[in-house]
Design a protein around this ligand. Structure first.
Ligand code: A3P
Length: 300
């Protein structure tokens, strides 16, 4: 008997809502809309980022600052539970019954966050990273994540990234949007590269912004436990415990290389030039300059 070919429906990885791409498996348009009226408390703290810009790192820093039990190892709670995602409510939690201060992470663009946040209630820490390292990190992440379409070819993925046809849409729109609306928020801007080059100063900046006073010993402990190597060994902090609905086990690690300038190992000179030609004009207008190599000084 001839084999009957059955066509599997193609899995949908992206849906656009209000100009931004989301993963349909884990979020709905109704939920995104409901966030507009999500009740913000003055004591809330949000980490806002584009994909692959140092979110988990900053989540860990915040958790170490706020949770003594995390710092001294007496509590064994995953980062996802300490600092949940606002828009990806993976644990189906009622955030309204969480005690203060609540800590959240979000990849939302500035215009989709709760309106309470846009009227300077609560605090936002926005971390951005040089976009070539973001692209390369994102490319590798597509093999690890179960909710993102695996990118077969780097060059094709780069074109989609530049066109904003990926989850979280356009990198430059995201960064530009948050910077140009900074006055609507009570916001601290940090870069991945400054965290990498001087973690202690970055942790101090965060503490000052949050009005948190740590002893010298506590501060040193936060810095020590937020280094790449320590986080890589800490199952509470390295996202290795994520469920297989989200992560394809054995396909890599959330904490991959953790450095500045790794893009040079993946992008060809021609790809790098093409990338520059698309983003250069808008990047020149950003009020921030990025560091592109671990051996370069931070731009002033
Ligand atoms: P690489 O893929 O370049 O290694 P996000 O949390 O926003 O998804 O970002 C993930 C990126 O941050 C990954 O980059 C990951 O390795 C890096 N990262 C996480 N923790 C880090 C740390 N303690 N120090 C340096 N980089 C870190």
């Amino acid at each position: 008997m001839p084999a009957v070919l059955t066509m599997q429906p193609q899995k949908q990885y992206l849906f656009k809502h209000k100009g931004f791409y989301f993963p349909p498996e884990v979020i709905t348009a109704e939920y995104i809309d409901s966030l507009e009226d999500f009740e913000i408390r003055d004591s809330d703290v949000f980490i806002a980022t584009y994909f692959k810009s140092g979110t988990v790192w900053t989540q860990n820093i915040l958790s170490l600052i706020y949770h003594e039990g995390h710092r001294n190892g007496t509590e064994n709670t995953d980062l996802m539970d300490r600092i949940p995602w606002l828009e990806y409510n993976f644990r189906n939690r009622d955030y309204n019954s969480d005690p203060s201060p609540r800590l959240f992470a979000t990849h939302l663009p500035y215009y989709l966050v709760p309106k309470g946040l846009r009227s300077r209630r609560a605090k936002v820490i926005y971390v951005s990273r040089n976009p070539k390292d973001v692209l390369v990190s994102y490319y590798h992440f597509t093999s690890l994540s179960s909710i993102i379409e695996t990118a077969e070819d780097f060059g094709d993925f780069m074109e989609k990234f530049l066109a904003g046809e990926v989850l979280a849409s356009s990198w430059i729109d995201h960064v530009e949007g948050w910077f140009s609306h900074k006055d609507d928020f009570n916001i601290l801007f940090l870069t991945y590269e400054e965290m990498k080059k001087d973690l202690r100063s970055s942790v101090l900046k965060i503490c000052n912004f949050l009005g948190k006073r740590l002893t010298e010993e506590e501060l040193q402990d936060v810095v020590d436990k937020a280094t790449f190597n320590k986080m890589k060994m800490d199952p509470r902090a390295n996202y290795e415990n994520l469920s297989s609905d989200l992560i394809q086990k054995g396909k890599g690690h959330f904490l991959r290389k953790g450095t500045v300038g790794d893009w040079k190992n993946t992008m060809t000179v021609a790809q790098s030039e093409r990338f520059d030609s698309v983003l250069k004009e808008r990047m020149q207008k950003l009020p921030i300059k990025y560091c592109w190599d671990i051996n370069e000084d931070l731009p002033s």
